[in-house]
Design a protein around this ligand. Structure first.
Ligand code: G1P
Length: 356
Protein backbone atom coordinates (compact mmCIF):
# COMPACT_ATOMS: atom_id res chain seq x y z
CA UNK A 1 0.00 0.00 0.00
CA UNK A 2 1.37 3.40 -1.02
CA UNK A 3 0.45 6.80 0.37
CA UNK A 4 -0.40 9.95 -1.56
CA UNK A 5 -0.50 13.22 0.36
CA UNK A 6 -2.06 16.13 -1.48
CA UNK A 7 -0.25 19.33 -0.60
CA UNK A 8 -0.35 21.55 -3.67
CA UNK A 9 -3.30 23.79 -2.70
CA UNK A 10 -2.82 27.48 -2.04
CA UNK A 11 -4.82 27.70 1.20
CA UNK A 12 -6.37 31.00 0.11
CA UNK A 13 -8.97 31.00 2.91
CA UNK A 14 -6.10 31.11 5.39
CA UNK A 15 -4.44 34.24 4.05
CA UNK A 16 -2.41 36.05 5.21
CA UNK A 17 -1.21 33.12 7.36
CA UNK A 18 -0.57 31.22 4.10
CA UNK A 19 0.82 34.21 2.16
CA UNK A 20 4.42 33.29 2.93
CA UNK A 21 4.13 29.56 3.62
CA UNK A 22 1.98 26.72 2.33
CA UNK A 23 -0.92 25.49 4.43
CA UNK A 24 0.53 22.00 5.11
CA UNK A 25 3.34 23.56 7.15
CA UNK A 26 1.02 25.75 9.25
CA UNK A 27 1.45 24.62 12.85
CA UNK A 28 -1.26 23.11 14.99
CA UNK A 29 -0.08 22.51 18.55
CA UNK A 30 3.41 23.41 17.29
CA UNK A 31 3.56 20.68 14.63
CA UNK A 32 3.10 21.27 10.90
CA UNK A 33 -0.23 19.89 9.65
CA UNK A 34 1.52 17.55 7.21
CA UNK A 35 3.43 15.87 10.06
CA UNK A 36 0.14 14.56 11.44
CA UNK A 37 -0.65 13.05 8.02
CA UNK A 38 2.72 11.31 7.80
CA UNK A 39 2.51 10.00 11.39
CA UNK A 40 -0.92 8.53 10.65
CA UNK A 41 0.31 6.89 7.44
CA UNK A 42 3.31 5.40 9.25
CA UNK A 43 1.04 4.09 12.01
CA UNK A 44 -0.96 2.33 9.26
CA UNK A 45 2.33 0.85 7.99
CA UNK A 46 2.39 3.00 4.85
CA UNK A 47 5.97 4.13 4.24
CA UNK A 48 6.25 4.74 0.52
CA UNK A 49 4.63 8.13 0.18
CA UNK A 50 4.04 10.38 -2.81
CA UNK A 51 3.60 14.07 -2.00
CA UNK A 52 1.77 16.17 -4.58
CA UNK A 53 3.19 19.69 -4.50
CA UNK A 54 3.19 22.84 -6.60
CA UNK A 55 6.28 24.82 -7.57
CA UNK A 56 5.47 27.29 -4.80
CA UNK A 57 5.08 24.67 -2.05
CA UNK A 58 7.75 22.12 -3.01
CA UNK A 59 10.79 23.62 -1.20
CA UNK A 60 9.02 24.16 2.13
CA UNK A 61 7.49 20.69 2.04
CA UNK A 62 10.77 18.96 1.23
CA UNK A 63 12.40 20.75 4.15
CA UNK A 64 9.69 19.87 6.68
CA UNK A 65 9.49 16.22 5.57
CA UNK A 66 13.24 15.75 6.05
CA UNK A 67 12.17 15.20 9.68
CA UNK A 68 10.90 11.73 8.64
CA UNK A 69 13.96 10.82 6.58
CA UNK A 70 14.72 7.57 8.41
CA UNK A 71 11.15 6.36 8.62
CA UNK A 72 9.53 7.03 5.25
CA UNK A 73 10.49 7.45 1.61
CA UNK A 74 9.00 10.42 -0.22
CA UNK A 75 8.50 10.99 -3.93
CA UNK A 76 7.55 14.55 -4.83
CA UNK A 77 5.11 14.92 -7.70
CA UNK A 78 4.54 18.33 -9.27
CA UNK A 79 0.96 19.47 -9.88
CA UNK A 80 1.22 22.84 -11.52
CA UNK A 81 -1.23 24.47 -11.54
CA UNK A 82 -3.31 22.47 -9.03
CA UNK A 83 -6.59 21.61 -10.76
CA UNK A 84 -8.34 19.50 -8.16
CA UNK A 85 -8.00 16.20 -6.33
CA UNK A 86 -8.70 13.99 -9.36
CA UNK A 87 -6.05 15.87 -11.31
CA UNK A 88 -3.60 15.22 -8.45
CA UNK A 89 -4.18 11.47 -8.76
CA UNK A 90 -3.66 11.69 -12.51
CA UNK A 91 -0.31 13.47 -12.23
CA UNK A 92 0.75 10.94 -9.56
CA UNK A 93 -0.14 7.92 -11.69
CA UNK A 94 3.49 7.13 -12.69
CA UNK A 95 4.39 6.97 -8.98
CA UNK A 96 1.29 4.96 -8.03
CA UNK A 97 1.47 2.42 -10.86
CA UNK A 98 -1.12 -0.29 -10.25
CA UNK A 99 -0.68 -0.35 -6.48
CA UNK A 100 -3.49 0.35 -4.05
CA UNK A 101 -2.98 3.62 -2.22
CA UNK A 102 -4.25 5.84 0.59
CA UNK A 103 -4.94 9.37 -0.56
CA UNK A 104 -4.65 11.85 2.30
CA UNK A 105 -5.59 15.54 2.18
CA UNK A 106 -2.81 17.25 4.11
CA UNK A 107 -5.15 19.66 5.89
CA UNK A 108 -7.25 16.93 7.54
CA UNK A 109 -6.74 15.81 11.13
CA UNK A 110 -8.06 12.54 12.58
CA UNK A 111 -8.07 11.94 16.32
CA UNK A 112 -7.80 8.21 15.92
CA UNK A 113 -5.60 8.03 12.84
CA UNK A 114 -6.46 6.20 9.62
CA UNK A 115 -5.60 2.55 10.30
CA UNK A 116 -9.27 1.48 10.36
CA UNK A 117 -9.78 2.76 6.80
CA UNK A 118 -6.72 0.94 5.52
CA UNK A 119 -7.92 -2.24 7.24
CA UNK A 120 -11.37 -1.89 5.68
CA UNK A 121 -9.78 -2.08 2.24
CA UNK A 122 -10.27 -5.80 1.52
CA UNK A 123 -9.71 -6.56 -2.15
CA UNK A 124 -10.35 -10.27 -1.50
CA UNK A 125 -13.93 -9.25 -0.69
CA UNK A 126 -14.21 -7.24 -3.88
CA UNK A 127 -13.68 -3.84 -2.28
CA UNK A 128 -12.30 -1.27 -4.74
CA UNK A 129 -12.25 1.79 -2.48
CA UNK A 130 -12.94 2.94 1.08
CA UNK A 131 -14.36 6.33 2.01
CA UNK A 132 -14.18 7.85 5.49
CA UNK A 133 -17.56 9.36 6.42
CA UNK A 134 -18.67 11.68 9.21
CA UNK A 135 -22.20 12.85 10.03
CA UNK A 136 -22.17 16.67 10.13
CA UNK A 137 -24.81 19.33 10.75
CA UNK A 138 -24.23 21.13 7.47
CA UNK A 139 -22.73 18.88 4.78
CA UNK A 140 -22.93 21.47 1.99
CA UNK A 141 -19.21 22.33 2.26
CA UNK A 142 -18.11 18.73 1.62
CA UNK A 143 -18.45 15.73 -0.62
CA UNK A 144 -21.66 14.00 0.52
CA UNK A 145 -22.33 10.24 0.39
CA UNK A 146 -25.46 8.17 0.30
CA UNK A 147 -24.91 4.76 1.87
CA UNK A 148 -26.76 1.47 1.62
CA UNK A 149 -25.59 -1.53 3.68
CA UNK A 150 -22.10 -0.11 4.20
CA UNK A 151 -21.66 0.63 0.50
CA UNK A 152 -21.58 4.10 -0.97
CA UNK A 153 -24.34 4.27 -3.57
CA UNK A 154 -24.10 7.93 -4.54
CA UNK A 155 -21.61 10.74 -4.12
CA UNK A 156 -21.93 14.48 -4.81
CA UNK A 157 -19.49 17.33 -4.31
CA UNK A 158 -20.70 20.27 -2.19
CA UNK A 159 -24.40 19.85 -3.04
CA UNK A 160 -26.85 22.69 -2.38
CA UNK A 161 -29.39 20.04 -1.44
CA UNK A 162 -27.45 17.22 0.30
CA UNK A 163 -28.82 13.67 -0.08
CA UNK A 164 -27.61 12.78 3.46
CA UNK A 165 -25.66 14.27 6.36
CA UNK A 166 -22.58 12.11 5.69
CA UNK A 167 -19.56 14.22 4.76
CA UNK A 168 -16.57 12.68 3.03
CA UNK A 169 -13.48 13.17 5.20
CA UNK A 170 -10.10 13.65 3.58
CA UNK A 171 -8.72 10.12 3.54
CA UNK A 172 -9.53 7.66 0.76
CA UNK A 173 -8.26 4.17 -0.09
CA UNK A 174 -8.27 3.14 -3.77
CA UNK A 175 -7.28 0.24 -5.94
CA UNK A 176 -5.98 0.86 -9.47
CA UNK A 177 -9.52 0.99 -10.92
CA UNK A 178 -9.68 4.66 -9.89
CA UNK A 179 -7.34 5.55 -12.77
CA UNK A 180 -9.74 4.30 -15.45
CA UNK A 181 -12.60 6.10 -13.66
CA UNK A 182 -10.74 9.41 -13.98
CA UNK A 183 -10.11 9.15 -17.71
CA UNK A 184 -11.99 11.80 -19.66
CA UNK A 185 -13.48 13.35 -16.49
CA UNK A 186 -15.05 16.79 -17.00
CA UNK A 187 -14.10 19.61 -14.62
CA UNK A 188 -16.67 20.64 -12.01
CA UNK A 189 -17.06 23.89 -10.05
CA UNK A 190 -14.16 26.39 -10.35
CA UNK A 191 -12.70 24.31 -13.20
CA UNK A 192 -11.42 21.66 -10.77
CA UNK A 193 -11.37 17.94 -11.50
CA UNK A 194 -13.22 16.43 -8.54
CA UNK A 195 -12.26 13.07 -7.07
CA UNK A 196 -15.90 12.85 -5.95
CA UNK A 197 -16.98 12.70 -9.61
CA UNK A 198 -14.36 10.03 -10.32
CA UNK A 199 -15.59 7.87 -7.42
CA UNK A 200 -19.18 8.34 -8.61
CA UNK A 201 -18.08 6.94 -11.97
CA UNK A 202 -16.43 4.01 -10.20
CA UNK A 203 -19.77 3.28 -8.51
CA UNK A 204 -21.66 3.62 -11.79
CA UNK A 205 -19.27 1.09 -13.38
CA UNK A 206 -20.16 -1.42 -10.63
CA UNK A 207 -17.21 -0.68 -8.33
CA UNK A 208 -17.52 -1.55 -4.64
CA UNK A 209 -16.93 1.60 -2.56
CA UNK A 210 -17.04 0.71 1.12
CA UNK A 211 -18.30 3.27 3.66
CA UNK A 212 -16.43 3.55 6.94
CA UNK A 213 -17.45 5.89 9.77
CA UNK A 214 -14.75 8.05 11.33
CA UNK A 215 -14.53 7.43 15.05
CA UNK A 216 -13.12 10.15 17.25
CA UNK A 217 -13.00 13.72 16.03
CA UNK A 218 -12.13 14.83 12.52
CA UNK A 219 -11.13 18.34 11.48
CA UNK A 220 -10.74 19.88 8.03
CA UNK A 221 -8.62 23.00 8.56
CA UNK A 222 -9.73 25.37 5.81
CA UNK A 223 -10.20 28.58 7.78
CA UNK A 224 -8.63 30.45 10.74
CA UNK A 225 -11.53 29.28 12.95
CA UNK A 226 -10.74 25.69 11.95
CA UNK A 227 -7.07 26.10 12.92
CA UNK A 228 -8.08 27.43 16.35
CA UNK A 229 -10.48 24.55 16.82
CA UNK A 230 -7.93 21.97 15.62
CA UNK A 231 -5.44 23.47 18.06
CA UNK A 232 -8.01 23.16 20.85
CA UNK A 233 -8.62 19.50 20.01
CA UNK A 234 -4.91 18.66 19.85
CA UNK A 235 -4.22 20.50 23.13
CA UNK A 236 -6.87 18.39 24.86
CA UNK A 237 -4.51 15.44 24.31
CA UNK A 238 -1.61 17.15 26.13
CA UNK A 239 -0.31 16.01 29.47
CA UNK A 240 1.49 18.35 31.80
CA UNK A 241 5.21 18.58 31.09
CA UNK A 242 7.07 21.55 32.53
CA UNK A 243 10.65 21.59 31.27
CA UNK A 244 11.07 25.37 31.27
CA UNK A 245 11.42 27.74 34.21
CA UNK A 246 8.49 28.92 36.36
CA UNK A 247 9.04 31.92 38.67
CA UNK A 248 6.41 33.50 40.95
CA UNK A 249 3.63 32.14 38.77
CA UNK A 250 0.57 29.88 38.70
CA UNK A 251 0.82 27.19 36.06
CA UNK A 252 -2.36 25.13 36.30
CA UNK A 253 -3.40 21.93 34.52
CA UNK A 254 -2.07 20.36 31.35
CA UNK A 255 0.58 22.83 30.38
CA UNK A 256 3.61 21.95 28.27
CA UNK A 257 6.43 24.38 28.85
CA UNK A 258 9.24 23.48 26.49
CA UNK A 259 12.99 23.76 27.06
CA UNK A 260 14.25 27.23 27.77
CA UNK A 261 10.77 28.75 28.12
CA UNK A 262 10.22 31.09 31.07
CA UNK A 263 6.98 31.97 32.86
CA UNK A 264 7.53 34.83 35.28
CA UNK A 265 5.03 36.64 37.48
CA UNK A 266 2.20 35.22 35.35
CA UNK A 267 -0.78 32.86 35.27
CA UNK A 268 -1.07 30.02 32.78
CA UNK A 269 -4.23 27.88 32.65
CA UNK A 270 -3.98 24.72 30.57
CA UNK A 271 -4.38 23.12 28.25
CA UNK A 272 -1.67 25.26 26.79
CA UNK A 273 1.58 24.76 24.95
CA UNK A 274 4.44 27.21 25.31
CA UNK A 275 7.23 26.68 22.79
CA UNK A 276 10.97 26.50 23.43
CA UNK A 277 12.60 29.75 24.46
CA UNK A 278 9.35 31.68 24.86
CA UNK A 279 8.94 34.25 27.63
CA UNK A 280 5.64 34.93 29.41
CA UNK A 281 6.03 37.83 31.84
CA UNK A 282 3.46 39.82 33.86
CA UNK A 283 0.92 38.07 31.68
CA UNK A 284 -1.99 35.66 31.48
CA UNK A 285 -2.06 32.72 29.07
CA UNK A 286 -5.43 30.98 29.11
CA UNK A 287 -6.77 27.64 27.91
CA UNK A 288 -6.38 26.42 24.32
CA UNK A 289 -3.40 28.63 23.58
CA UNK A 290 -0.27 27.57 21.71
CA UNK A 291 2.77 29.81 21.63
CA UNK A 292 5.41 28.93 19.03
CA UNK A 293 9.13 28.95 19.79
CA UNK A 294 10.72 32.20 20.95
CA UNK A 295 7.43 34.06 21.53
CA UNK A 296 7.25 36.93 24.07
CA UNK A 297 4.04 37.76 25.91
CA UNK A 298 4.62 40.69 28.27
CA UNK A 299 2.05 42.66 30.20
CA UNK A 300 -0.74 41.14 28.13
CA UNK A 301 -3.51 38.52 28.31
CA UNK A 302 -4.21 35.88 25.71
CA UNK A 303 -6.40 32.78 25.46
CA UNK A 304 -7.85 30.47 22.79
CA UNK A 305 -5.13 31.52 20.37
CA UNK A 306 -2.31 30.27 18.18
CA UNK A 307 0.78 32.46 18.08
CA UNK A 308 3.56 31.91 15.55
CA UNK A 309 7.25 31.64 16.38
CA UNK A 310 9.07 34.77 17.57
CA UNK A 311 5.90 36.88 17.72
CA UNK A 312 5.86 39.61 20.39
CA UNK A 313 2.74 40.77 22.23
CA UNK A 314 3.21 43.43 24.89
CA UNK A 315 1.44 46.10 26.89
CA UNK A 316 -2.02 45.28 25.56
CA UNK A 317 -4.81 46.15 27.99
CA UNK A 318 -7.69 44.07 26.55
CA UNK A 319 -7.51 40.30 26.54
CA UNK A 320 -6.62 38.82 23.16
CA UNK A 321 -8.93 35.92 22.40
CA UNK A 322 -9.86 33.69 19.43
CA UNK A 323 -6.82 34.89 17.54
CA UNK A 324 -4.46 33.41 14.98
CA UNK A 325 -1.22 35.34 14.93
CA UNK A 326 1.56 34.67 12.42
CA UNK A 327 5.31 34.24 12.71
CA UNK A 328 7.31 37.29 13.89
CA UNK A 329 4.22 39.46 14.32
CA UNK A 330 4.40 42.41 16.71
CA UNK A 331 1.27 43.44 18.65
CA UNK A 332 1.79 46.24 21.15
CA UNK A 333 0.09 49.23 22.63
CA UNK A 334 1.56 52.62 21.89
CA UNK A 335 0.37 53.93 25.28
CA UNK A 336 -2.52 56.19 26.20
CA UNK A 337 -1.88 59.39 24.23
CA UNK A 338 -2.43 60.00 21.44
CA UNK A 339 -5.22 57.44 21.28
CA UNK A 340 -4.58 56.13 17.79
CA UNK A 341 -4.38 52.76 16.09
CA UNK A 342 -1.20 52.30 14.11
CA UNK A 343 -1.41 49.34 11.76
CA UNK A 344 1.01 47.69 9.36
CA UNK A 345 -0.91 44.58 8.31
CA UNK A 346 -0.57 42.42 5.22
CA UNK A 347 -3.20 41.79 2.53
CA UNK A 348 -6.26 39.85 3.69
CA UNK A 349 -5.45 40.39 7.37
CA UNK A 350 -8.26 40.89 9.85
CA UNK A 351 -7.99 43.25 12.80
CA UNK A 352 -10.90 43.33 15.26
CA UNK A 353 -10.45 46.02 17.92
CA UNK A 354 -12.31 46.23 21.21
CA UNK A 355 -13.49 49.82 21.06
CA UNK A 356 -15.18 51.24 24.16
C1 G1P B 1 -12.29 18.31 -0.34
C2 G1P B 1 -13.18 17.34 -1.12
C3 G1P B 1 -14.48 17.09 -0.37
C4 G1P B 1 -14.17 16.58 1.04
C5 G1P B 1 -13.24 17.56 1.76
C6 G1P B 1 -12.74 16.99 3.08
O1 G1P B 1 -12.90 19.58 -0.32
O2 G1P B 1 -13.43 17.88 -2.41
O3 G1P B 1 -15.25 16.13 -1.06
O4 G1P B 1 -15.38 16.42 1.76
O5 G1P B 1 -12.06 17.84 0.97
O6 G1P B 1 -11.84 17.85 3.73
P1 G1P B 1 -12.07 20.94 0.07
O7 G1P B 1 -11.95 20.94 1.56
O8 G1P B 1 -10.75 20.82 -0.61
O9 G1P B 1 -12.91 22.06 -0.45
Amino acid sequence: MKGLILAAGLGTRLRPITSLRPKPIINVANRPLIHYAVENLLAADVREIGVVVSTDTQGDLQRTLAFFEDRASFTFVLQDPPKGLAHAVQVAQPFLGNDPFVMYLSDNLFEEGITSFVEAFQPERGVNAVLALVPVDDPRAFGVAEVHENRVTQLVEKPADPPSNLAVAGVYVFDASIHAALEGLEPGAKGEYQITDGIQRMIAAGGHVAAMRVSGWWKDTGTPEDILDANRLELLRLRRDVRGVVEDSRVVGDVVLEEGAVVRNSTVFGPALIGAGSVVEDAYVGPFTTLGDGVRIEDAEIEYAVVGARAVIRHVASRIQGSLIGVEVLVESAGRRPSTHQLTVGDKSQVVLAEP
